[in-house]
Design a protein around this ligand. Structure first.
Ligand SMILES: CC(C)(COP(=O)(O)OP(=O)(O)OC[C@H]1O[C@@H](n2cnc3c(N)ncnc32)[C@H](O)[C@@H]1OP(=O)(O)O)[C@@H](O)C(=O)NCCC(=O)NCCS
Length: 168
């Protein structure tokens, strides 16, 4: 198995390789990450194999206005005291099933704990079986089925994980 390491995003160094496997929407988000990190709104980590990024996770700690989110009740709740939100998680398809997403998620939990957050939230498409299996295997709790107006590709589950009991 290829060994990987997880570290903070180094945008100038990492972005060319990330652009090659992220979809268009994710690339648009990634381009805004330096500003989000500078303003302490978000933290971003990458998985590296042989000096090359093969996965990323983006965690938001306050409302990321520059991503043009809609200001609904759930969204406001994600950034209420003690909460944060996992915006993106992706692993290059050649490197899946090696524990990389699991390790990126652990890094996200660590960042959240470090920022005194006790809960983390995310949305996942109801058809995304690999991701649902991932979150269920890591004891994320399915809160509800949602069909927000901003989402154009079907329904999503809203998942939540409490971080109080994690030794991060
Ligand atoms: C979902 C995704 C991030 C998983 O990444 P990964 O690095 O392959 O995941 P891991 O190797 O850490 O998997 C951990 C566990 O998740 C579950 N899992 C992951 N992929 C799975 C799959 N294709 N089928 C079934 N279970 C899966 C398994 O329980 C796995 O443990 P195991 O390999 O010991 O059985 C990856 O498939 C991906 O990037 N998908 C496209 C982007 C995406 O859907 N992101 C999530 C948006 S909410």
């Amino acid at each position: 198995m290829n060994k990987f390491l997880i570290r903070k995003l180094d945008f100038p160094k990492d972005s060319p390789a990330l652009y090659k496997f992220l979809d268009t929407d994710e690339v648009d988000i990634l381009k805004k990450v330096p500003e989000l990190m500078r303003d302490k709104i978000s933290k971003c980590h990458v998985a590296i194999i042989d000096s090359c990024p093969v996965g990323w996770v983006l965690t938001h700690f306050s409302y990321p206005k520059s991503l043009s989110w809609e200001d609904d009740n759930d969204t406001n709740h994600f950034f209420a005291k003690g909460n944060c939100y996992l915006g993106n998680l992706d692993v290059h398809e050649s490197f899946r099933r090696k524990g990389i997403a699991n390790a990126l998620l652990k890094k996200s939990y660590q960042s959240a704990r470090h920022s005194n957050r006790s809960q983390i939230w995310l949305h996942v498409n109801t058809e995304n079986k690999p991701a649902i299996q991932l979150y269920e295997s890591l004891e994320w709790k399915r809160e509800k089925l949602v069909t927000p107006s901003w989402y154009k590709s079907g329904s999503m589950f809203l998942y939540n994980k409490r971080l109080d009991d994690i030794n991060a």
